[in-house]
Design a protein around this ligand. Sequence first.
Ligand code: ADP
Length: 258
Amino acid sequence: LDVNFAPYINFKGEARGVVVVLHDITEIRRLEKMRSDFVANVSHELRTPITSIKGFTETLLEGAMQDEETCRNFLQIISDESERLYRMIRDILDLSKIEQKRLPLQMNQVHLQELITSAVAIMNDQAQRKQLSIALPNQTPEILLMTDRDCLQQIVLNLLSNAVAYTPEGGAITIHTEQNAQRVLIQVSDTGIGIPEKDIPRIFERFYRVDKARSRDSGGTGLGLAIVKHLVENLHGQISVQSREGQGTTFTVTLPFL
Ligand code: ADP
């Protein structure tokens, strides 16, 4: 609460009382806090890969370069961490554009199965390296919907890349699609490590990762699902998640069928 006092003076210049103005600034404060938390988080998150790049570079310069294998390992880490830094900056910029609604929607007829097939093609290499199968059952009937292609493509890609990242070798990923008169449903399921129940409510928050060390190994930025949630909301849809630790996870996106 923001409280302002001012003396109440009548036309003769006599003090007659006090005027008290109360402003409810809870909302403003909350937004300010969110913004400053975000800046603090961003700085912290960016610092982590930079610290590691700096550390390994210094160790190399101080002599570790003599050993070829050490050198190769360190350079690999430096290269991975630079990649992650790059992805993080890209995701932060994307997220801020989406949040400020600076990405106007371009609604077009989109062939859903085609869009999913092209997302799978992008992830195929990574999936094959882990011997993960990606199945797209019920390809018929074809689903045509009015939506923003890039937006939907990014939603599917982010969910799929998480499924690939958090499913151990030999696992299975399934992308199920369905349509009725009002809605289109897209479900990405995996047989991966799952998400502990207590973490489920928080996974859509920016930078939230279930297990930081483990998620960092996956090269994650902690922003993928925050982006997905915003994109789904921009398309007036909903997203939900069901998961069991050690068994797998299913993300379900429903979009209005236009
Ligand atoms: P990240 O870049 O770390 O993957 P995301 O925002 O995409 O960030 O996801 C947030 C966290 O949710 C991840 O760090 C991971 O712990 C968890 N998560 C997301 N998708 C899955 C999944 N399919 N299976 C298990 N855990 C997942």
